[in-house]
Structure formats: C-alpha cells, structure tokens
Design a protein around this ligand. Sequence first.
Ligand SMILES: [Zn+2]
Length: 59
Amino acid sequence: MGKRVMICPKCKSRDVSPDLSLGAYGSGTLFNSFKCNKCGYTGQFFIELDEEELRKMKK
Ligand SMILES: [Zn+2]
C-alpha cells in the first residue's frame, strides 16, 4: 500500500490542505473539511487515493 493522498474532486490537484477557516477548529471536526489551494474548492468530499492508484489514474 502506498502513501495516502487527498486530491481535489474538481481539478484533481494534489495541492490540498485541511480547511481551517470554517470555525471547525476546536470542535473536534478539524479535518473534516479540506481546501484545494489550486482552484479554491472547499468541501468534505475530497477523494482519497494511495499513490499507486493516483499513478494509474494519470495514464
Ligand atoms: Zn481544485
């Protein structure tokens, strides 16, 4: 199994980080939301793949 990576469902970018701007901080849901740094998409439904799956997808 490879390393798990999050990708943006909109633009497929791997430049995704936890979204800390929703006031979730301290409520126990800190990592429920993510933000794409490339297209600005935020949401809870980011795609999680391991690096092998990601490599296959790019072909
Ligand atoms: Zn994106």
